[in-house]
Design a protein around this ligand. Sequence first.
Ligand code: N0T
Length: 535
Amino acid sequence: LTFVVAAGAAAAPIPELVTKDGRHALMVDGAPFVMFGGQAQNSSNYPLALDKVWAAIKDANANTLEIPVAWEQIEPTEGKFDFSYVDTLVAQARKNKVRLVLLWFGTWKNTGPSYTPEWVKFNNARFPRMLDQEGKPIYCLSPQGEETLKADKKAFVALMAHIKKIDDVQRTVIMMQVQNEVGTYGYARDYGPKAEAQFNAPVPAEVLKHKKSPVALAATGTWKQVYGDYADEYFHAYSVAKYIGEIAKAGRDVYNLPMYVNNSIRDSLEEPVKPWNKNFASGGPTFDVIDIYKAAAPAIDFAAPDIYSPDSRKFVATLDKFQRPDNALAVPEMSNGADYVRYAYLVLGRGAINFSPFGIDYADYSNFPLGHKATDKTMTAPYGKIFGAFRPMERQWSKWAFEGRTYGVAEGDDRQPQKLALKGWNATISFREWQFGEAQYFKDVKDLPANTEKPNGGVAMAQIADNEFIIVGQHARVKIDSADGKPTMWARVEEGRYDAAGKWIMERNWNGDQTDYGLNLTGNPVVLKVKVGTY
Ligand code: N0T
């Protein structure tokens, strides 16, 4: 490690995404760091709007804030940069002891150019829009726009240089999202002359190497010859990825923070995966084109899903598709609605490096029906409880996650019990149970435990030794049995927490009623340190 001395303080190592045995960690200050995060509303990226963001981040017990930096705000006049918002943001983040992920809203925000400066928005000649099949310009800026790329890159590089200037020691900013939910709605690709020429030229070797055609076609040739009906989407993904990759690379050359792209996802249950048919943003980093992004944008560390469907089968399938040995699992956006709270345990248990619900912000705006109706404490409180349980052991948890020791489940829409295969043990997680007795004692639905009308149970666990587990969860019952069939019983079930020095502090030992019917977790998440044995 090289320590750079600036202003009298030793610099922390720069954040970095590392991969080992097919698992990933975001290293912050030299150790794995999981983001128990929250994303602000889109328009809160101004100094006077931040108070309402910090209040919500605090109530959520988040350790990271994701918040936009808009091209229009840092370069309102071409070539004249204003970083006063970034300065305020970083200073206030430090005061609030929260890390930052900055979302670069540049050429594309939800595919559109709304966050580009005015001098970009209305200059089609210099910053061309995509053309449709009739040659008419559409809303979306073209990834073929050389001047657009040059201008966006210049602004992004200026931003990275500024972050380096103010944060090279403390590393408050730990990661960058480059653009937001890119691709194009309603159109498969650009049909302008430059795009047409490329589309009809041979597929670049780097793409052929990474991406197999879903149908048996030519091994080489034009996009259409190699990829058939998938060609338009794949070509657009390549064009957009190449553009983003070039911006990311230039930014990293100046200040080498980890960088990722987020995705407004396509249906993860669609089987077989069909060619694009206006059903999602073509060209975005959907799961089917992650390989194309890997080929075209090596400066991007990973692609991540934004999840706004509460369907539990879809949710699991989405995580399955984005969690890969070459792609870290992160959920940089998820609806903050009540139906999604349970997924905190699933995502964190699966070893994600980032879990950040969207709209953790008391600005008077709600994206209902996508997200929570209210923008008050009823929205942040569930995360306040969950993150509150994890945060005192966030560094231990992050390390366990990187080591592959963690597991997670969320209650399914079917409300059925789920099994986890642990090393040497099986866990059974069931839902809608009382703390005492078995479900069959209760005949009437009105007897069901409070706040279990809709699925909101979840459990995350870490196997910290052969027969020892850390368990956090809510609205769930946990039982553990030996995988070899031997009768099993609890040795210790300590409720407690880790202190700042990483020492376990026991509050009490669960036994008797508290363990006779499994470990019954209520709506108030606690941390259990559990030892099991066989006889
Ligand atoms: C998200 C957010 C913000 C039923 C929506 C989600 C954020 C962007 N877009 O509040 O705009 O900046 O990344 C789009 C989800 C569409 C899902 C519709 C499915």
